[in-house]
Design a protein around this ligand. Structure first.
Ligand code: SAM
Length: 337
């Protein structure tokens, strides 16, 4: 009986864009930020959110049925999770990634079939040449949204990395492609003996510096502006790259790994963190979909397994390598020079 196939998971995954887009629109409309003020009955909430009467009740009840809102005689209210993580006014807000998913990725993934047929990105970088960050950063609002989204997606693994890596052995670190600076902030906060730098393109500097200052570690974490394909990486005991290698094709990945090797002293460590795919390429679905995301977002990027990364590190000269799980789909690959 139990071996009888059912269409349940096929239908669930096939229609998963329904709940996804409902939540993304709720974040865009500001439902959870509005309800963080307190419960509201339908007529008032509909007006404060600017919703047409036709879909408002179904939309809000759907959020109840999906477990993102509650409804009582006082009206609609947030759940503890949506109140903590989807109220834009709280520092615990994690909607940055969802805002970018709604604004950019949802459209690009609509053209996944085209990307699969042509191998070309389906976003601002659709010309398919050069760095995808040039068209992405051409609009300052898009630049900020992207950097904030990086903090949302990386926060959990940044905290795990700050806690799990053997930092006591080291004094300095440099995070290459640091974005808003969350990894540098988490490392500095968890390890008061360390000082470090975030290295990124010059236009990222002001957003990085604001973030580091607001977390009280500006005395130990500085910004270094540069292009990691055009200049050496800053020297440090530990070089980190979070969600960097997957943005690029194999030759560029190898170049970046070699640059990390060159910037380290003997005994220094290179730490690569992202959604490292399992070696059998059969269980880390998020990592594999992240690789498809690189297909629609970049001209040549792809995600890879821990075995792939360790092989590239060994080829660059690293004498010891290992993979350690961080959190959820994310792991770190460590290479010791
Ligand atoms: C996918 S984001 C990863 C951000 C962050 N490390 C994380 O894990 O959340 C890639 C980062 O690489 C930076 N970047 C892209 N091209 C670069 C280059 N040529 N030189 C330096 N940084 C670059 C981008 O500005 C961006 O911050």
């Amino acid at each position: 009986m139990t071996d009888q196939p059912t269409p349940e998971s096929i239908m669930q995954v096939g229609m998963a864009f329904w709940p996804s887009k409902t939540l993304l629109s709720a974040v865009e409309i500001g439902v959870f930020t509005e309800l963080a003020q307190g419960p509201q009955p339908l007529p008032r909430l509909r007006t404060s959110l600017g919703l047409h009467p036709r879909g408002a009740r179904d939309f809000l009840d759907c959020l109840v049925a999906l477990g993102f809102l509650r409804r009582s005689e006082d009206g609609y209210s947030n759940t503890p999770a949506t109140d903590a993580f989807l109220d834009k006014q709280k520092p615990s807000y994690v909607g940055g990634l969802l805002e970018m998913a709604n604004h950019r990725l949802y459209g690009a993934w609509g053209d996944l079939t085209e990307a699969l047929r042509t191998g070309l990105p389906q976003n601002e970088a659709s010309a398919g040449e050069g760095s995808p960050f040039v068209p992405l950063y051409a609009d300052p609002a898009r630049l900020r949204q992207f950097l904030v989204a990086m903090t949302s997606i990386s926060r959990g693994s940044n905290m795990a990395l700050a806690a799990k890596f053997p930092w006591a052995k080291y004094k300095t670190f440099a995070d290459a492609g640091a974005a808003q600076g969350d990894l540098a902030v988490q490392i500095a906060r968890a390890n008061p003996h360390l000082s470090g730098a975030g290295f990124d393109l010059p236009e990222v500097g002001p957003i990085f510096e604001d973030y580091v200052r607001s977390h009280g570690v500006a005395d130990r974490v500085r910004f270094i502006a540069g292009n990691f394909f055009e200049q050496p990486l800053p020297e440090a005991d530990v070089i980190l790259m979070g969600h960097i290698l997957h943005d690029w094709g194999l030759d560029d990945k190898r170049t970046l790994i070699r640059k990390a090797y060159e910037a380290l002293p003997e005994g220094g460590s290179f730490v690569v963190s992202e959604s490292i795919i399992d070696d059998d390429r059969s269980t880390n679905a998020f990592g594999l979909m992240m690789s498809l995301n690189m297909l629609v977002e970049t001209p040549a990027g792809f995600d890879y397994t821990g075995a792939d990364c360790q092989r590239w590190m060994r080829e660059a000269g690293f004498r010891e390598t290992r993979v350690e799980h961080l959190t959820g789909p994310d792991s770190m690959v460590i290479g010791i020079r």
